[in-house]
Design a protein around this ligand. Sequence first.
Ligand code: UDP
Length: 458
Amino acid sequence: THDKPCRPHIAVVAFPMGSHVHTLFTIAKALALAAPAATVSFITSASSVASPPPSPIANLRLVPALEVSSAGTPGEQLSKFVRAMPGNLRAGLEEAVSREDGLRVSCIVSDGMMPELGEVAREMGAVWVVDGCAPVMAVSLLHAYELREAFGSAVDDARGITPKPLCFNSSNCNLLSFSEELVSFVPSLSSLRVRDIPDFIFPPTHDHLIAGTIKEYPKAAAVVFNTFQGLEPLIDADLTSMLTKYLPIGPTKLLTPRAETEAEADRLCIPWLDRQRAASVVYVSFGTFNAPSQRGLVELARGLEASGHPYLWSIKPEMLPKGFVVGGGGRGLVVDWAPQERVLGHPAVGAFLTHCGWNSVMEGISGGVPMVCWPFRWDQMANARTVSRVHGIGVTLEEGGDVAEGGIAKALKTVMEEEEGAAMRARVKMLKARAEEAVAPGGSSSENFKTLLDIVCG
Ligand code: UDP
């Protein structure tokens, strides 16, 4: 609990899609618990409000006021939502105020995908704090014009190149997939190859996000990140120099006491894990938006079977390859949602096959579990590169070849059975210890969270 009395109205606004809702809800919970005298309104859409569990915290209110059209594909719904900003966001904030009998919003904590809220916060006279999503995403957005100038024409040229025959990952794979050149002219991105640069930097469809980020992030009172000081020192230095206040407060899931929920998924997964040997299980999840193609899924199912290890696979049942029979000999458990943080903290889990969404990477580190990375798009290629090359805590499956030619079983063997894998495990355990130190009393994330409280409490 914070020392000073804090009675503001903090509006936490989540981009109403996928993991963004979970991330912002984690921050909202942490703020509500640490500042019991504050009112925290969590604003998102009605369709996404079911994903965080209903709040048992007295000063945390759910405000499902953002409008998301249910017509069209998820991509179309998303573009429509983006086009309707910031009007939709203003309406959400007004709803939060009216639910609190006119108590004005004194602080907006919002998702990095909505830089439009900077202007709205100024209009309302509210302090504005941003959740910057993955650190590499923020750095890439802030350097987007330099990256475009350096590599934009290469992207245009690459559009004409025939994709690799086995390229079944992402829309990005026929663009920059060929360039091994390092991005050495931006120090904070210098461990990345050109092909790892987040793919939203180049197409004009994300111009509003790039322009908004460059214009607004430096004006925010603080930008928080789900990372910890020292995990990526060059990124720390770059963001410190570009922002008013760079606040790494992660791993954010460690900020709030873990709810020992009795959700259906927990009742299924945890007792099953309890029956497995230590470090023997492969946990597979591709997050909230992504999945391999049918062909990739078939390779994955084969790879899991061939690895001989028990596996826990989080996937919507309708996406499983046709005819796939789960877990020969009872070695597999397939669920449509897993309590991922608890799973990764379970001693039975020996490897995490992940798409490398940043939250998943942080949860892998917090659990001390080495990773097999299968990135698809956005910042995932960059995160996979960081996992495998910068930290040496996993291996990355390259598009096409590796995935198809027995590469999944081979990667799992490396991580689970070989000396190289043991070294990865030792390194990720060291990072886990550093993450725990960061969130412990007096640790860097814990101190940064106190600074955040000072800022949001005004
Ligand atoms: N997640 C989960 N159970 C699942 C699948 C995903 O709890 O079965 C959570 C996971 O813990 C993580 C989030 O969903 O916090 C996914 O976020 P990430 O940034 O890794 O990927 P995204 O969904 O944004 O691509």
